[in-house]
Design a protein around this ligand. Structure first.
Ligand code: SAM
Length: 334
């Protein structure tokens, strides 16, 4: 069998690891910011970021080749649409994820264990880093704070939608199970002043969560614990937002069973997720592999959540769709 040169070129582009690491190194050295601020020559950049001049020149040559920078004259650098996008405030979370000196790289290095993940169907993080993701998250404060801030970045978008689209009028109390620093609960309580609530999350998350919840004037508290163990009772509604995707089926059902045990007879469990809809499929195949490799989790469809909920004794009563694949699945005890 013979292959044409375009196939070989496409293959080379697919497997080139230098580029993602070069971009991450540029982000860590703040090269886009420095070029924007007028440090455009190799010498000025090397001095401003404290790098070896020759090595930096070689990095810049590659970054020019892949379009992160333009070279207007030899050794004179300028921003391109790509580096301008990187600098855009809307990409602040992506920028911190890409920082080669930060926890985002540690998370992405789990991909180096993908062979293990695909062979076993389980997370590769422990194989690569010596302990599973959630154990490392509990031990490594920088990783935990980074992950919490990234999740809160998403919850700033989902929270107001959940607050607006669900009928909270007959609810008086709500617990956000695995609610992180409380961004989603904060949005719901701010919009509905009659509600009180709690965030249930790992004890290590308490400092960041309590700092955030303090703004809610005593209407919300933090409860340290695990959602794999019995949950606090006495709340009308339990929210499980963007949690189940992180877990294999068996654990996801266990979390839902804990919710079913804790919810009152007339209460509700709300599963909030961002689905791999048609227009998101391209990115979500990558997100699905990330869930598998990092956490042993997976992307699911609404009927998949129903299948996880059934053995936990929960039956879907309603589905509320929001923008960009957001869905709220309302369950009650069957
Ligand atoms: C993907 S984040 C979702 C955060 C938030 N619910 C949201 O929608 O943005 C997963 C959350 O689960 C929490 N978590 C992980 N393992 C947990 C456990 N065993 N018990 C309770 N929370 C846990 C993490 O601390 C994190 O806040």
């Amino acid at each position: 069998m013979t292959s044409d040169s375009s196939g070989t070129a496409a293959l080379a582009a697919l497997v080139d690891l230098a580029t993602p690491f070069a971009v991450r190194t540029a982000v860590a050295l703040r090269l886009p910011e420095l070029v924007r601020d007028g440090h455009t020559t190799t010498a000025a950049l090397a001095q401003a970021c404290g790098a070896d001049r020759d090595a930096l020149a070689r990095l810049l040559r590659h970054l020019v080749a892949v379009g992160l920078f333009a070279e207007q004259a030899p050794g004179e650098h300028a921003l391109t649409p790509v580096s301008r996008a990187l600098l855009d405030e809307s990409n602040a979370l992506l920028r911190s994820w890409l920082d080669a000196g930060g926890p985002g790289l540690k998370m992405d290095l789990a991909y180096s264990g993908m062979l293990h993940a695909v062979r076993t169907g389980r997370s590769a993080y422990g194989v690569v880093h010596g302990k599973d993701f959630w154990s490392d998250y509990r031990d490594d404060e920088a990783l935990r704070v980074f992950f919490g801030a990234t999740m809160a970045g998403f919850a700033w978008q989902t929270g107001p939608e959940v607050a607006a689209r669900y009928d909270w009028s007959s609810v008086s109390s709500v617990v956000d199970v695995g609610g992180g620093t409380g961004a989603l609960l904060g949005a719901v309580l701010t919009e509905h002043p009659h509600l009180t609530g709690a965030v249930l999350d790992l004890p290590e998350v308490r400092p960041e969560a309590e700092e955030f919840l303090a703004d809610l004037g005593g209407r919300a508290k933090f409860v340290g614990g695990s959602f794999l163990d019995p949950l606090p009772t006495g709340y009308d509604v339990l929210i499980v937002s963007r949690v189940l995707t992180d877990w294999p089926d068996e654990d996801a059902t266990r979390i839902l069973r804990r919710c079913a045990e804790a919810v009152p007879d007339e209460g509700r469990v709300l599963v909030v997720e961002v689905l791999a809809g048609e227009e998101h499929a391209k990115n979500n195949s990558s997100f699905d592999l990330q869930s598998l490799t990092l956490l042993g989790g997976r992307e699911r469809r609404p009927e998949d959540f129903d299948a996880l909920a059934a053995p936990a004794g929960l039956v879907r009563r309603a589905r509320i769709d929001g923008p960009n694949g957001l869905v709220v699945l309302e369950y009650a005890r069957g």
